[in-house]
Design a protein around this ligand. Structure first.
Ligand code: PGA
Length: 248
């Protein structure tokens, strides 16, 4: 049985005091869940949020990480810095990083390898653009992202990886992929993992859907066989909605 995940991606939102208030509002309401509860927060609040959630079931992670341990990379944060504050989870390859900050399949791969070297768990984000779906090449695009992302990633490390399938046209737009379309792509990703690794890894790896997940559609998405959870932007910013998502 794969443990479901509800992961909030706060993007460039919230101050530390807003983050603390959010935790105060949710922690009693998410503590008895069987769902893995994660929040990917801005760097400025990573340490305080990590400390503030100590002793709860809420996992705090980073939204990005550089693939070098240190060096002349102004504005970047390294895996050693994350480990320094006990943060052991990061997103890699979010479509906004690919689109606005020149993240490529190659840098995504380097980041995954470096994160794993430092025992940091990764949520790898993949997904196609609208025109790619309209041209019926969405599976080719996602397959290429997956193959490159896992280059040189050994089978024994795959239990540290979660994949999030996020069609770019569904992010922040209010348009959700139909649960059937989302499930179809996620089952395709699972079969690609089987090709790259083996049956066991493809059965065990958790694959999330992301893109306008909200309390009104979460149950339908979660009822699909291959969807193991959600990576949630907008609806993760409001405590009441986040609680509903976790308790779908
Ligand atoms: P959204 O964002 O839920 O606001 O569509 C999802 C994401 O970008 O991870």
């Amino acid at each position: 049985m794969r443990k479901p995940v509800i992961a909030g991606n706060w993007k460039m939102h919230k101050t530390i005091s807003e983050g603390f208030k959010f935790i105060d509002d949710i922690k009693e309401n998410v503590k008895d869940t069987d769902v893995e509860v994660m929040l990917f927060v801005p760097y400025t609040m990573l340490k305080s949020m990590k400390d503030y959630t100590d002793g709860t079931n809420i996992i705090i992670g980073a939204q990005n990480m550089h693939f070098e341990e240190n060096g002349a990379y102004t504005g970047e944060i390294s895996p050693l810095m994350l480990k320094d504050i006990n943060v052991k989870n990061t997103l890699v390859g979010h479509s906004e990083r690919r689109e606005y900050f020149n993240e490529t399949d190659e840098t995504v791969n380097k980041k995954i390898l470096k994160a794993l070297e430092h025992d940091i768990d990764v949520i790898l984000c993949v997904g196609e653009k609208l025109e790619e779906r309209e041209n019926n090449i969405e599976k080719d695009v996602v397959k290429k992202q997956i193959i490159k992302a896992f280059e040189n990633v050994s089978a024994k490390m795959m239990n540290k990886i979660v994949i999030a399938y996020e069609p770019i046209w569904a992010i922040g737009t209010g348009k959700t992929a139909s649960s059937e379309d989302a499930n179809e792509m996620i089952s395709f990703i699972r079969s690609e993992i089987q090709n790259l690794y083996d049956d066991e890894i493809s059965e065990e790896i958790r694959i999330l859907y992301g893109g306008s997940v909200k309390p009104t559609n979460v149950e339908e998405l979660m009822n699909q066989d291959d969807i193991d959870g959600g990576l949630v932007g907008g609806a993760s910013l409001k405590a009441d909605q986040f609680i509903e998502l976790v308790n779908f």
